[in-house]
Design a protein around this ligand. Sequence first.
Ligand code: UDP
Ligand code: MG
Length: 330
Amino acid sequence: MKNRNGGSPVLAIVVPCYNEEPVLSMTVAQLAAVLDNLKLKELISEESFLLFVDDGSKDNTWSLIAQHQASSRHIAGLKLARNAGHQKALWAGLMKAKAFADCVVSIDADLQDDPSIIRDMVIHFHAGCDVVYGVREKRSTDTYFKRQTAESFYKLMVKMGANIVYNHADYRLMSRRALDNLEKYEESNLFIRGLVPMVGLRHATVYYNRAERAAGESKYPLKKMLSFAFDGITSLSVTPIRMVTVTGFIVFLLSIFFGLYALISKLSGHSVSGWASLILSIWFIGGIQLMSIGLIGEYIGKVYIETKRRPRYHIDAEAGLARTEREEAS
Ligand code: UDP
Ligand code: MG
């Protein structure tokens, strides 16, 4: 289908990397093996390649990428000028890769996502799918805590009206057509897995078991995970702000009710001597007000950031892409 060179499709595998020195060589080897295998079966073109995006790592990730790139013409590298965050690094890689490829798979550097299912993703692409989601079947290797928080997050997102695929992170295949659609979303506050379902087109799902990180450590400690979840919700849904309004209305109704009650007890001679209830209600309303202001502030902050229209990232260096560029020009 709609391939650049008329033959098998060019596949690019994009891998965002932040301080991934301990695991990188293993990842390169495994993904290169997957590519070779698919080439052998003629499912993808010889021009297919791996694109590693160094998200401003502080360790030797970039020099490792450059080393691997020098030894294989199927490896390319993109170095961001500073740490832009997983989502932006991934975006940089996807948008760069789509200029050279017919379909692009995004995968984390730590081999938690089973690379062997890339084959099934490519087969779905051949069958005409523009988006193929990698969905975790079991989370048995995640800690109980991570499993529970992640489950609640997905449930909450769906409740809030955000259209996200359950148990799907950023392991997916997208056709160039789907990426062209994705590129039109211009917000700087990126939550890619919430945007992909919006591009529409034909999609499929491939299931896999999530493994443990092959080496190195998670770049998502609890604090970052919470802020990611909060970002996800506030960038895709206005339900929380609506809840503030509804809560405000309920509290208002309650206060009328309490006022009437106080009036009646006053008239009937039982004057209210409740200091505690007074304090309690002040704290209650105060808490709700503060929370609401905070929540509204979150949205205003987002509007503020979006109106500045700042660039999402800057590119510092590229390696190995020029070859494909030449091919594209010819
Ligand atoms: N990552 C990135 N920039 C960051 C943080 C993470 O590019 O600022 C990459 C990281 O190298 C990995 C992927 O994003 O390839 C997912 O990170 P990680 O595996 O640490 O997250 P977890 O699986 O623990 O949620
Ligand atoms: Mg991981």
